[in-house]
Ligand binder design. Structure first.
Ligand code: SF4
Length: 340
């Protein structure tokens, strides 16, 4: 049973309207063998993913490498078509839309990456990278309007438009990420998926990028899905946090509630691995043990995906998959310890 919850911490006064609803989304990848490419199995990358994102909200998505965060992001972007489930964007299910049907929706969901230029031509100027999607828009066909908008996007992210003729390697890591953000903003999206956008940056620069994302959200009302591999990174930017393990959602809660009333044994272990700056607090902290390594997603264990590593596992955990259930205070958890 969950301990009696303390009063929930105040949360931002957010719109109650959802801009994105993900319902029971699954994505499997086939495994082929031999010259005849015979299908011998499949990798169940994500299973039964269900959550929502409110307008103007930041939902932090946390989990170790290979837990399915990026597959989920690519399903939402509709780079991948999910096997099952719904992706409701402003109420319209885009999960099985074809390219023509997706066209009006594509600009409304943008993405920023850890290294925004890894897939781009290194000789392309920063201005043309930012302006790429403007060229497709009828609104900016006149050269003058196009240049004005590129300059405006540079200024919005705190860069001098005079830098727009430089190429990516002439910028620092923080400046490159600002260009990545300007590029994402160019299509005027409702949602930005931020895939580990600050992981490769120095701590002081990380803070600047977080501040910039928060300012843009306050000004433009954008919603963020903020993907990271540890809970320390998402704490300062998220309104709510979703924790994934081996392709499944194991816990979702308001940010303060997740840190102060952690429920799932996996989330407890992740949190106890986050170092605390105060050495006294750090040495007095209780460590939550986590056994072994993350199992391969190809050989996903039966039952609760965490049972091989969980110090509180019971017999039923080996055979049954716990469902994500409300445990009070808008806090959802997939664990038999909180069934009642
Ligand atoms: Fe541990 Fe069982 Fe809860 Fe899974 S369902 S986290 S194995 S107690």
């Amino acid at each position: 049973m969950r301990k009696k919850p303390k009063k929930a911490a105040p949360v931002r006064n957010l719109s109650q309207k959802n801009c994105l609803e993900i319902e029971n989304v699954r994505k499997y990848f086939p495994i082929y063998k031999g010259v005849m490419r015979k299908k011998i199995g499949e990798v169940k990358a994500i299973e039964d993913i269900t959550f929502h994102l409110r307008k103007g909200e930041t939902l932090g998505i946390v989990g170790e490498s290979g837990c399915g965060k990026t597959t989920m992001a690519r399903c939402i972007m509709r780079v991948y078509k999910p096997e099952e489930g719904k992706i409701l964007f402003d109420g319209t299910d885009i999960a099985s839309f074809n390219d023509r049907q997706l066209k009006p929706y594509r600009p409304r969901i943008a993405m920023i990456f850890q290294d925004p230029f890894s897939s781009l031509d290194p000789r392309q100027t920063a201005g043309s990278i930012v302006g790429e999607s403007l060229k497709l828009s009828k609104k900016y066909r006149e050269a003058e309007r196009y240049e004005e908008r590129v300059d405006e996007l540079f200024r919005i992210v705190g860069l001098d438009p005079a830098l727009k003729d430089r190429v990516p390697h002439e910028f620092s890591g923080g400046q490159r990420q600002r260009i990545g953000i300007a590029r994402a903003l160019s299509s005027e999206p409702d949602i930005i998926i931020c895939d580990e956008p600050i992981s490769a940056l120095d701590v002081s620069i990380q803070a600047q990028i977080i501040n910039l994302l928060e300012e843009l959200q306050a000004k433009l009302g954008i919603s963020y899905l903020f993907i990271a591999h540890d809970l320390a990174v998402v704490k300062h930017i998220s309104d709510r946090i979703l924790v994934m393990y081996l392709g499944r959602v194991v816990e979702i809660a308001d940010c303060e509630d997740l840190y102060n009333h952690t429920l799932h044994p996996y989330t407890k272990a992740l949190l106890s691995a986050v170092p605390v700056a105060d050495p006294e607090v750090e040495s007095a902290r209780e460590r939550v043990p986590i056994q072994g390594e993350v199992p391969s997603i190809v050989n996903r264990p039966r039952g609760c995906p965490f049972h091989d590593r969980c110090s509180q596992a019971m017999d039923r955990c080996k055979n049954e998959v716990p469902k994500l259930k409300e445990a009070g205070n808008r806090h959802e958890v997939a664990c038999f310890l909180y069934e009642n």
